[in-house]
Design a protein around this ligand. Structure first.
Ligand code: AMP
Ligand code: ZN
Length: 461
């Protein structure tokens, strides 16, 4: 099978060849832990979970390492900690905030049918690796110390003229244009406006660690260096796939790539860079001020996680997605039908049409079309196996139905008694009585469907 992936860096779709097929390595930038994750944050989680599952299918589950980090050092976390736990020392309060939000995050993404990554490293547990990379960058002339900060110099990188990639090549920007367009109010300790922070001094009371590069005052890392350190520790100097949302291409990934390539004298950090498009809600950018900010948790109160997962995959990962109630309702109807058709079918082999669609740069709309094709055929085994591979059918048909029923607060026993009564009426060809019962159920908001296998029901939407 030819797996083809679109690479942001080369701007084309290429055949994927792992550096080591016995250990295919993927890094995805994870959440900053200070609050419930929103439905936009769920997009990279679901998209890269599908890729993880596909890679496991192709190379074997034990031959894929997926690392998704947890950022636990950040100003937003500090603010939240001071607000929620004013009586505690800041460091303890921060630990509480990150523990609570990490638990919430796991509950949410588990419910979306996502596998846990192989490793979920925390930034604060990789300070030694960050210091080591910073030392290498200073020694190599790519970074310098000023006023207790360590700064990376993109101009030094581009002047080096070695195997290194050009700074700006990932995001397709020119450093000269960035210099020309730089704001005038640049921090005084920067030699050039485009220099970025690797390490900075901590304010009193903030988390702090011994600094690298001979700086006496304690400090804390910049954001980009975290991912260079964690990917190095868990995947090595060079690995296969690096992912995240499109907003991370610049500056975050451009800077990660610069740091890692300059520290390890490599021409590349990752073989393929993949970025998911942005999610908006009912045609508008999601924001707290517009009042259309939806957390995963809120959606999970109304819908099974698999419905949200299917809804996310209806759009190709590189396109923008418009998240609408109408589309979620449609996804729910589709899954109800799929569960009824195949919820209880035992394991089989996934369909080639589904795998081929995914192998074409995760073409999930085509994959869903392939699933609809299988659904209208007669064989259920390949259909059910394909859905399971993709993280669906995590429940039995009965669990699925009873969850829907209990969620809607309806009298299941009464509905089933009425359906049995109607089946008996139909058996004795008393269609007047059977129609009366159907109307009675409809008045209760219950829709029924007859097939050769019997009568099923659902809550009419
Ligand atoms: P953050 O915690 O904001 O750094 O985001 C975590 C991940 O979610 C990153 O990969 C972001 O690119 C991604 N992300 C954030 N907002 C959205 C959105 N509205 N649509 C798609 N991805 C998003
Ligand atoms: Zn990152």
């Amino acid at each position: 099978m030819d797996l083809r992936l679109y690479d942001t860096s080369s701007r084309d779709k290429r055949s994927f060849k792992p550096l080591d097929p016995k250990n295919v390595r993927m890094y995805v930038c994870g959440p900053t832990l200070y609050d419930f994750a929103h439905i936009g944050n769920a997009r990279p989680v679901i998209v890269f979970d599908v890729l993880f599952r596909l890679l496991r299918h192709v190379y074997g589950a034990e031959h894929v390492t997926y690392v998704r980090n947890i950022t636990d050092v950040d100003d937003k976390i500090n603010d939240r900690a001071a607000r929620d736990f004013p009586g505690l020392p800041l460091n303890e309060a921060i630990r509480k905030v990150t523990e609570i939000t990490e638990r919430q995050y796991h509950e949410d993404v588990d419910a979306l049918g996502c596998l846990r990554p192989t490793v979920e490293p925390r930034a604060t547990e990789h300070i030694a690796e960050m210091r080591a990379i910073i030392e290498k960058l200073v020694a190599g002339g790519f970074a310098y110390v000023a006023e207790d900060h360590v700064l990376f110099s993109p101009q030094a990188m581009n002047a080096a003229n070695t195997v290194l990639p050009r700074y700006g090549s990932l995001s397709n920007r020119s450093l000269d244009e960035m210099i020309a367009g730089a704001r005038v109010d640049v921090a005084p300790y920067k030699r050039d406006a485009t220099d970025f922070v690797l390490w900075k001094p901590s304010k009193p009371g903030e988390p702090s660690w011994p600094s690298p590069a001979g700086i006496k005052a304690e400090g804390r890392p910049g954001w980009h260096i975290e991912c260079s350190a964690m990917s190095w520790k868990h995947l090595g100097e060079e690995f296969d796939i690096h992912g995240g949302g499109i907003d991370l291409v610049f500056p975050h990934h451009e800077n990660e790539m610069a740091q890692s390539c300059c520290a390890f004298h490599e021409g590349r950090m990752a073989n393929v860079w993949m970025h998911n498009g942005f999610l908006q809600v009912e045609g508008e950018k999601m924001s707290k001020s517009l009042g259309n900010f939806i957390t995963i948790r809120e959606l999970l109160a109304d819908w099974p996680g698999e419905v949200l997962r299917l809804n996310m995959l209806k759009t190709h990962y590189r396109s923008p997605i418009d998240w609408t109630l109408k589309s979620v309702e449609e996804s729910a109807r589709t899954l109800d039908d799929w569960y009824r058709f195949a919820g209880d079918v035992p394991a089989g082999t996934p369909s080639d049409t589904v795998i081929e669609a995914l192998a074409d740069d995760l073409n999930t709309p085509q994959m869903i079309a392939a699933l609809h094709g299988l659904r209208s055929g007669t064989g259920r085994d390949a259909f059910a196996a394909s859905l399971r591979l993709l993280g669906f059918l995590g429940e039995s048909n009965q669990q699925w139905e009873s969850r829907k029923r209990s969620a809607s607060g309806i009298d299941v026993a009464k509905i089933e008694a009425l359906i049995a009564e109607r089946t008996a009426a139909r058996a004795r060809k008393d269609f007047k009585d059977s129609d009366r019962i159907r109307d009675e159920l409809a008045a209760m908001g219950i829709a029924i469907k007859d097939s050769k296998d019997g009568t099923t029901w659902e809550v009419a939407r």
